[in-house]
Design a protein around this ligand. Structure first.
Ligand code: ADP
Ligand code: MG
Length: 250
């Protein structure tokens, strides 16, 4: 029933992107140009770049949310070891919870929808809700929760499906500064502890350095890779570069 995470290992590629280029069919606009990177299992990658550069386009292409009818995609995307099916889930900027379902019902919804045993689904949901520190709020409805709490429910709803890769698109940008710091710390703790392979999009350098093991820095659109920074090298970023990154934050 619950897949053990103990077998998760670093240094095994979970995702390999090679020469990815993406063009929207409706406008003919090239949104992403020749992007290559890889990500090991259990690691957190940040895609950092200015607003409108093509971050969401990259994320949605990898996760399958952007259809090939909408965009022409060139290059290679290989996920997992290519043999077993990989589960992917996305956490969006807005929590998008179902307003008529309480916290527990929101989290268990995905499991119930795919036909899991209801009792087991609830049991598993309760555990995940506890991991985002909302065990006292299981009966609350979204409108009764702060935005930060709603975003924690949103994460719980993604985690309950036990994804092999978790995508997060600017998950903290709707939160006020203080809430943001707390929710970021909690997300980081959970993703690291559970070794969830994650890719998150941000235009904030501080957020990227706090959360990620690896950062890919994109140019203005069409997005191409300006730099790939390993966590160990983050201290070596020159000040001019930091100022440049901070200019992404409007
Ligand atoms: N569905 C779409 N159809 C056509 N163009 C799009 C679509 N979605 C995004 N774009 C364009 O692609 C570029 C990159 O957008 P996006 O990936 O959303 O940027 P970011 O997430 O970095 O802010 C922008 O110029 C945007 O206008
Ligand atoms: Mg975006």
């Amino acid at each position: 029933m619950f897949r053990k995470r103990k077998d998760k290992q670093y240094n095994i590629a979970m995702l390999k992107i090679k020469n990815l280029s993406i063009r929207y069919r409706s406008t003919g606009q090239l949104a992403v140009k020749d992007v290559s990177f890889d990500l090991d299992e259990g690691r957190i990658l940040a895609i950092l770049g200015p607003s409108g550069c093509g971050k969401t386009t990259i994320l949605n292409t990898i996760s399958g949310l952007l259809s090939r009818q909408e965009a022409m995609v060139e290059g290679e995307i290989s996920v997992g070891n290519g043999t077993s099916k990989i589960k992917m889930t996305t956490v969006f900027q807005e929590p998008r919870l179902l307003p008529w379902r309480n916290v527990l019902q929101n989290v268990s919804y995905g499991l119930e929808a795919k036909g899991d045993n209801k009792k087991e689904a609830l049991e598993r949901s309760r555990k995940v809700i506890a991991s985002v520190q909302l065990q006292k709020f299981e009966d609350y409805f979204p409108a009764q929760l702060s935005l930060g709490m709603q975003q924690r429910v949103n994460l719980a709803r993604a985690l309950v499906c036990n994804p092999d890769i978790l995508f997060l698109d600017e998950p903290f940008s709707a939160l006020d500064i203080e809430t943001k710091a707390n929710v970021q710390a909690l997300f980081k703790k959970i993703l690291t502890k559970k070794k969830i392979t994650s890719i998150f999009v941000t235009h904030n350098i501080k957020e990227a350095t706090v959360l990620a093991d690896k950062i890919i820095v994109l140019s203005k659109g069409p997005a191409s890779i300006e730099n790939i920074l390993d966590k160990k090298k983050l201290n070596e970023i020159p000040k001019e570069a930091l100022n440049y990154f901070e200019s992404f934050d409007e």
